[in-house]
Design a protein around this ligand. Structure first.
Ligand SMILES: NC(=O)c1ccc[n+]([C@@H]2O[C@H](COP(=O)([O-])OP(=O)(O)OC[C@H]3O[C@@H](n4cnc5c(N)ncnc54)[C@H](OP(=O)(O)O)[C@@H]3O)[C@@H](O)[C@H]2O)c1
Length: 282
């Protein structure tokens, strides 16, 4: 193998095609409901990560014909008031999806807020009903990064059934839903985290490896099996650039397929929210 053997799983290219599909779906939605679909984003405080993601989602909504409103609350809002406000947004008859942007300020418990969203509008799947349904293997909204990973795999013709899938990271937005989704697709799943001894011995068993850790370039070529499919959800700022969890250059020579950062899962995640808003859970 030479250093360019891995197939690059191009999220930008799939995002372009997905956008065309969603534009058609949003037209269908507008015809059926006599109005455009509406996605509400809830931001608390001025967290740059949350606001950057809000901009990306707003741009994607604009391009697909879905209305999007950003509802901003001050960082000092107390949990009880925020719960009431988010519940009121969820009750709005004109809102089809509501997403609470993360991270929230430290004094607010995420679950206390996401649990007041009506499950049918919890399009990022972080509330208890959707997370529970994912765990039980029932149709549910799946957090967008995990859903983006599945979309890229399907598009590349990579079937999960019977494969060894290793997930590194067990956050509720990243590793945990990805692993449960892969399990629902009949992969044999292993979860790894910061207390996993000899991580490399486990990652080397992976046919499909998903990482959401937040450590730049930590996953190196000797940690994967030749030919493995590697999905990198890491988005780490290093010297003003964005890098993944994966040591991309060294893995290109060994992996069978690999997502770049940027340009892998990132461009697809806002589109998963829009797809959920228009089409419901799957
Ligand atoms: N593209 C997107 O939309 C998206 C979405 C989510 C996340 N991300 C990115 O993905 C990265 C992780 O985000 P997150 O929210 O999932 O992070 P997180 O909540 O900080 O979780 C990190 C996970 O990695 C595990 N971990 C930390 N060090 C490890 C090590 N040395 N070996 C093995 N596991 C280790 C942690 O284990 P413990 O549980 O034991 O602490 C934890 O489960 C970040 O770069 C973030 O920006 C991107």
């Amino acid at each position: 193998m030479d250093a360019t053997d891995a197939t690059i799983l191009n999220g930008r290219e799939l995002a372009r095609r997905t956008m065309d599909e969603l534009r058609r779906e949003s037209e269908r939605f507008a015809q059926a409901h006599d109005r455009r679909a509406l996605l509400l984003l809830v931001a608390v405080g001025e967290n740059p990560t949350a606001l950057l993601y809000a901009e990306q989602v707003q741009r994607a909504c604009l391009r697909t014909g879905v209305d999007c409103q950003l509802e901003q609350f001050p960082a000092e809002i107390d949990e009880t008031t925020l719960r009431l406000r988010v519940a009121a947004l969820g009750a709005r008859g004109d809102a089809d999806g509501v997403v609470v942007l993360l991270p929230l300020p430290g004094h607010i418990r995420q679950r206390m807020v996401t649990e007041v969203l009506p499950p049918e509008k919890d399009v990022d799947g972080l509330g208890p009903r959707n997370a529970g349904h994912l765990m039980l293997g029932f149709p549910s909204f799946v957090p967008s990064t995990a859903d983006a990973a599945l979309a890229l795999l399907r598009d590349a013709g990579v079937a999960l059934q019977g494969q060894n899938a290793v997930v590194v990271g067990r956050s509720n937005v990243g590793g945990k839903p990805a692993g449960l989704l892969f399990l629902r697709e009949n992969a044999t799943v292993t979860f790894c985290h910061s207390r996993t001894p000899d991580l490399a011995a486990i990652t080397r068993t992976a046919d499909i490896l998903f990482t959401s850790v937040g450590r730049p370039n930590y996953l190196t070529a000797e940690m994967i099996r030749p030919g493995a499919v590697v999905l990198d959800a890491g988005m780490n700022a290093v010297d003003g650039s964005l890098v993944g969890d994966v040591d991309y250059e060294s893995l290109r020579a060994v992996a069978g397929a690999l997502t770049p950062v940027p340009g892998g899962l990132g461009p697809l995640t806002p589109l998963m929210l829009i797809r959920h808003t228009l089409l419901g859970p799957d």
